[in-house]
Design a protein around this ligand. Structure first.
Ligand code: NAP
Ligand code: SF4
Length: 673
């Protein structure tokens, strides 16, 4: 008896039966652009072996003007088709199925040749699109249909036509981008003509026995977005035009509502997909922030959809479905929705990977397998770096002892999990604990390892972490000063707070102090906070009254010495969410200060090289979030004893340390042992 009867139920699409209800959603990893097709093939084949029913590739451009950036990958030449054959063959050999996403970016194409319904620039692109004429529109349709035919030739099992997230087809649907007065604009029927025509022509191009998924925007989350009635009409027309499956799209890329970040509640938008159920005869897929088999099963059991799409969870763990089916769900490495190694990399022009699983997209670079000689390995420190090192070493057959001075594993992850909106870190720590058990690592909690303890081990890895930096600001008697560690461990904090340091941790602590309860755990409150309404009553799903956050629990001022905008260095795809969320709570952010002294009344700051204009920022408590210093006492003792060791994580370099670098370094060091 499986725990996931809905999730693991086959889905009959007529010409093919999918073995379960899990789709790996499209992700742009930048892998195709490497030109290393063996590597691309191994990425997908690894996931096919893990049991996912159907995968969708990253978006492939149908033509040069529609590519997300100049030079974006697509099926343009016979050689391209042959390259993609390498991928589809490998996936089929692994027992999987794969569809190619056709992504025409329209005005989101990052280049001067971009095109759209009208010449209306997007707020997230510097390029104004050219308005297409009739012939131009016909060319786009023909190019998309040709891309679909070539996908079939390349061995794909289907295509996904990207019609959501504010891309080309979505742009024609809404009046704020489509200002045309010809048969492609104006009335609803005219605005819907392009996506419907595209699906018709794609179906004609590929024949009946081929999967055609259409990704439909169910809630645009932009002003003048579609009403739900319009969405339902479009869905019916897309079905009639020949689509086999409707996949859900939530929000345009320019929407000011987070849709996939970690602070978005799990399955936060499944209720929107549920509104489509019963209105079409073809299967409907739901998506966004579904990251465990339990959540996926619940969504299906509640009738929100026929199938679930998960994308990033397959970076974190390619064996998601196989583990769920085998009753080993606790061993599924959780996607914590941080975007740090996937989307932030994609948008930074780097190859995507995963914070939790550095092997994602690096399957051929970081292969698994037993070490030539099994050794005894001591890892000191059970923070993310030490945990990753211990697991990777154990996987390779080494006998691993993991020393941890405190009474729990997790290190700094235990701080992160206290922050509202970062609840996923609980599951990450739990997963590490499960994996320590399954790999039979000898965990010694409450044990401060000394050089003497470590003398007999073949290899020693020092992952002793960091100490909070004391910025050395003069403190007057009676002042209340805490470090972020004290605060996140629950020390009492006054009503007015000044935070010294506006890095990732300063932002996290501010969030912790202004939220009485985490909105991430209360869907209704979260939707209200970000101004999301039912698209059946509010056009585009935007509440007419706008965002309505709850009042802040405290008055907080966030300070930094740099004169740049505070929070500028936070994650590429998530920084705006942290900034917006604190702004909504009235947090003042002040850059370019010098710290003069901390007094019982607050903190005195001055400005400029001349330390001018000293000003008191009133505060009952001042919290220090001024970065960290490496903790290397043990490394020094080992060196003095002549015992070689590997230093990783914060003990190696504390500056700008995050869990991504720690886990990556921990994994890689053990692959070398
Ligand atoms: P950080 O990002 O390096 O920020 C340290 C802050 O302290 C900066 O604002 C810095 O700004 C200030 N500072 C540094 N030295 C100081 C001094 N001597 N006196 C006063 N202020 C000083 O480090 P963090 O906030 O501790 O975070 C650690 C790492 O975890 C970072 O890499 C961070 O990105 C990561 N993290 C990421 C997230 C996320 O959401 N992605 C969340 C938490 C942590 P000034 O020098 O301008 O004053
Ligand atoms: Fe998920 Fe973060 Fe990994 Fe991306 S980097 S797949 S968001 S855990």
């Amino acid at each position: 008896m499986t725990l996931y009867p809905h999730l693991l139920q086959p889905l009959d699409l007529g010409h093919v039966v999918l073995p379960n209800r899990v789709l790996m959603g499209s992700m742009h990893t930048n892998l195709e652009e490497t030109g290393d097709w063996n590597r691309v093939a191994e990425f997908y084949a690894t996931r096919a072996r893990g049991g996912v029913a159907l995968m969708v590739t990253g978006g492939m451009a149908p033509n040069r003007e529609g590519g997300v950036f100049p030079g974006a990958a697509g099926l343009f030449t016979p050689q391209d088709i042959a390259n993609h054959r390498v991928v589809t063959d490998r996936v089929h050999d692994a027992g999987g199925r794969i569809a190619m996403q056709i992504l025409h970016a329209g005005r989101y194409a990052y280049g001067p040749d971009c095109v759209s319904a009208s010449a209306v620039k997007s707020p997230i692109s510097p390029f104004a699109p050219k308005e297409l004429d009739e012939d131009g529109i016909e060319k786009q349709i023909a190019d998309i249909a040709t891309a679909a035919a070539r996908a079939r030739e390349a061995g794909y099992d289907g295509v996904e036509v990207m019609g959501s997230e504010g891309y080309f087809l979505n742009q024609f649907l809404v009046t704020h981008v489509n200002r045309r007065t010809d048969r492609w604009g104006g009335s609803l029927e005219n605005r819907q003509r392009l996506p419907v025509e595209v699906v018709k022509r794609v179906r004609q191009a590929v024949g009946p026995d081929f999967i055609v998924i259409y990704r439909i925007s169910l809630i645009d989350l932009v002003p003048e977005g579609q009403t739900f009635d319009e969405v339902l009409q479009l869905a019916a027309k897309i079905e009639a035009a020949g689509a086999s499956i409707l996949n859900t799209g939530i929000g345009w890329h320019e929407a000011r509502v987070p849709t996939i970040a970690t602070s978005v509640p799990r399955a936060a938008f499944a209720w929107v997909t549920k509104k489509l159920m019963g209105h079409v005869g073809i299967p409907v897929i739901t998506s966004n922030r579904i990251n465990t088999p339990e959540v996926a099963e619940a969504v299906l059991a509640e009738g929100c959809a026929d199938m679930v799409s998960m994308a990033r969870p397959f970076l974190a763990d390619p064996d998601f479905v196989a583990k769920a089916a085998a009753g080993r769900a606790a061993e599924i490495a959780p996607c914590i929705a941080c975007n740090q190694a996937c989307l932030d990399h994609t948008f930074g022009g780097k190859i995507s990977s995963c914070l939790v699983n550095p092997r994602a997209c690096f399957e051929t670079e970081l292969p698994t397998g037993p070490a030539p000689v099994a050794k005894t390995v001591a890892v000191v420190g059970a923070g993310p770096a030490g945990l990753a090192a211990a697991l990777a070493a154990a996987e390779r057959g080494h006998r691993v002892t993991l020393f941890e001075a405190s009474d729990e594993i997790g290190g700094q992850l235990n701080m992160a999990k206290q922050v509202p909106g970062k609840e996923e870190f609980h599951d990450l720590v739990k997963w590490f604990a499960t994996m320590l058990e399954t790999t039979r690592i000898d965990l010694r909690l409450r044990t401060r390892a000394t050089a003497a303890h470590l003398a007999a081990f073949d290899e020693v890895i020092v992952a002793t972490g960091v100490l909070p930096r004391d910025p050395g600001i003069p403190v007057q008697d009676g002042a209340h000063v805490l470090s972020y560690v004290d605060v996140l461990r629950g020390a009492p904090v006054g009503k007015r707070v000044a935070i010294v340091g506006a890095g990732g941790i300063g932002f996290d602590v501010a969030e912790y102090l202004v939220e009485a309860e985490s909105p991430t755990l209360h869907l209704e409150e979260w939707l209200q906070t970000w101004g999301v309404a039912d698209p059946a009553t509010a056009r585009g799903g935007l509440a007419p009254e706008g965002p309505r956050p709850t009042p802040p629990a405290r008055t907080v001022t966030l300070l930094q010495r740099k004169s740049e905008k505070p929070g500028r260095r936070l994650g590429k795809t998530t920084g705006w969410i942290h900034r917006a969320s604190l702004q909504m709570k009235g947090v003042q952010m002040i850059g370019g200060v010098n710290y003069e002294r901390i007094t019982p009344e607050g903190i005195v700051v001055s400005h400029g090289a001349g330390r001018e204009n000293p000003t008191l920022i009133p505060a009952d408590t001042v919290v220090l979030c001024a970065g960290q210093e490496p903790l290397r006492d043990l490394a020094a003792a080992l060196e003095a004893a002549g015992k070689p060791c590997h230093i990783i994580g914060g003990a190696d370099v504390a500056a700008e340390l995050d869990a991504k670098r720690a886990i990556n370094q921990g994994t890689k060091i053990s692959l070398k042992l």
